[in-house]
Structure formats: structure tokens, C-alpha cells
Design a protein around this ligand. Structure first.
Ligand SMILES: [Ca+2]
Ligand SMILES: [Ca+2]
Length: 283
């Protein structure tokens, strides 16, 4: 605490507040980038969520860095080996893998108190650039007491109209740039003991924790996505049944009424649909 107060009083006060909020240590790898998702503001953050393929569905996500206080010395870089205690910046970009046309990032918000605007620059499936996104001294991760995770920004993924099942992974895209480290932090709240978190061929104990959005229809016969299988769905099914071939241009995209995936909408699908229709409510 004394070192912290002497050198970084503003940042230490910030970290102390977070420490008092009860954020506890996590059993993770030594350090890395962490991405998490949730469906609503009241849900806990998670590494994965399931969401039906409904246009306009929103999944919240956040991005930060974590450090394991129990893995000292936790970081080996070109500058030496030390225990991570203070994160000072992130350099690089993050991305989604698996976006379908129409899927977008939106409402990106920096949740640290300062930072280069490049941190949140969004181009399609990429967020950020290789610009140095300095945070000043606000991201202490140790000393007051150890803070194992620091959120850097948050945002949302909004699904487009693609009705097919798929997985979107939110993860790092580029880490560092040239001689500029991906993360910069200090081993003892001292500029002298700077440890640059650049990628090291020998392995710097970095392990990123990615997040997944699993787009799955858990109620396939609910063809209009209103959580029940009723007359409205039957009308949609009937049109597909009359069209029959999934390859017919008149068939809705991805042939959702082909419930047994055999490229036809026929009696076999009607049996599946009829069973769901009897149940009415989606599981
Ligand atoms: Ca329905
Ligand atoms: Ca079929």
C-alpha cells in the first residue's frame, strides 16, 4: 500500500475501491485477456450464452485483463520476470469470429476512466486498432489488495436476420504492434521494474479466455420465434410443406421448416411439427 500511495495515488484509490467491492482471486492461468457475455444486465457474466436466431437479439459482452495472484512470478517477458501488479495500457484489437451478414457490434462503451479513442474504433467484426491505448495509472491490479480482473470496455452484439445456427466467438485479434507490447504493466508499482507484456516465443504464461455466443434454436418448430408452437407456426409450416423442396427459390432462407434436415419439407417434418404443436409451449 505504501508504494502505491507514494507513486500512484489516484490509481490506487481507484483500485482500492474495486478491492473493497469484494472482487476475489480467480483460479486461472497466469494472465491474459478475458472476454465474457450475458443476455441481460441482471445475469452474471459467463464464458458462453445460448440465444435463438432472432433478428435484433442483443447479447452483452465485456473485455478486460486478468492476472492470477497465485502464480508468481507470473510473467516473463523480454524485460525480465515479475509479478504483475499494475496494468497501464492495452495495444491491439479484438474481434468476433463467426459474424453472419447483419450481425454487428454496437453500443461500445469504455469502462475505464480514460483511454485513446482508438480503443473503441469499430470496423465490422473488429474493435480497436494497433494504436497504443494508454490508460495512465488507473489500472492497478495489486497492492490494495490484489485486483485479479480489470474491465476495459463493454458493448453488445446485435444479431442480424440470418436464421441459421452458428457460434460467434469474441476474442483478441492483434496483440501488440512492432516493439509495442500488447499490455504494459509494472511489477512493483515502479516504472523501473516495467514488464512489457509482448508475446514471447517461449510462452509468457498468457492464456486468453474467449467468449462464445451459441446461436441455437432450442425450439425448431417455433418458426416465428415467439416461444410457442401454434397456429401461426402452422401457417408458416404449411407454405413450406406446399413448396416442399428446400432448393426451391420460394422456400424461406435456410429452409427452417425442414425439421429433420433432409432438404425436403414433407410428412416426416409434419410428424415432428405435430408433436411440438401438441406440446404448445417451447421448453
Ligand atoms: Ca411460434
Ligand atoms: Ca425434412
Amino acid at each position: 500500500m505504501s508504494k502505491c500511495v507514494r507513486r500512484w495515488s489516484a490509481g490506487c484509490a481507484f483500485a482500492a475501491a474495486l478491492g473493497l467491492a469484494g472482487i476475489g482471486p480467480e483460479a486461472l492461468s497466469a494472465w491474459g485477456l478475458k472476454f465474457e457475455v450475458r443476455l441481460s444486465e441482471s445475469d452474471p457474466w459467463s464464458s458462453a450464452v445460448n440465444v435463438p436466431p432472432v433478428e435484433g437479439s442483443v447479447v452483452r459482452f465485456r473485455f478486460g485483463a486478468y492476472f492470477d495472484p497465485g502464480a508468481a512470478p507470473v510473467i516473463t517477458t523480454a524485460d525480465g520476470t515479475g509479478t504483475a501488479q499494475a496494468l497501464n495500457r492495452f495495444t491491439g484489437s479484438n474481434q468476433s469470429v463467426g459474424f453472419a451478414p447483419g450481425d454487428v457490434f454496437q453500443n461500445l462503451v469504455r469502462t475505464i476512466s480514460s483511454g485513446n479513442p482508438a480503443l473503441l474504433s469499430n470496423a465490422g467484426a473488429t474493435i480497436g486498432t494497433t494504436a497504443v491505448t494508454s490508460f495512465g495509472s488507473q489500472l492497478f491490479l495489486a497492492d490494495v489488495p490484489f485486483e485479479p480482473y480489470k474491465e476495459i470496455y463493454k458493448g453488445e452484439v446485435r444479431l442480424g436476420s440470418d436464421p441459421t445456427g452458428r457460434t460467434i466467438t469474441i476474442r483478441n485479434k492483434t496483440f501488440g504492434s512492432g516493439n509495442t507490447a500488447g499490455l504494459t504493466f509494472y511489477s512493483s508499482a515502479s516504472l523501473v521494474n516495467k514488464q512489457s507484456g509482448a508475446p514471447q516465443a517461449s510462452g509468457p504464461a498468457r492464456f486468453d479466455l474467449n467468449a462464445s455466443i451459441n446461436i441455437v434454436n432450442t425450439c425448431p418448430s417455433d418458426l416465428n420465434f415467439d416461444h410457442s408452437v401454434d397456429e401461426s407456426d402452422f401457417q408458416i409450416f404449411l407454405l413450406a410443406y406446399q413448396t416442399m423442396l428446400c432448393s426451391d427459390p420460394a422456400m424461406p432462407f435456410a429452409c427452417p421448416a425442414d425439421l429433420n434436415d433432409d432438404t425436403l419439407v414433407d410428412d416426416a417434418d409434419f410428424i415432428v411439427f405435430g408433436h411440438a404443436y401438441d406440446l404448445l409451449n417451447c421448453p
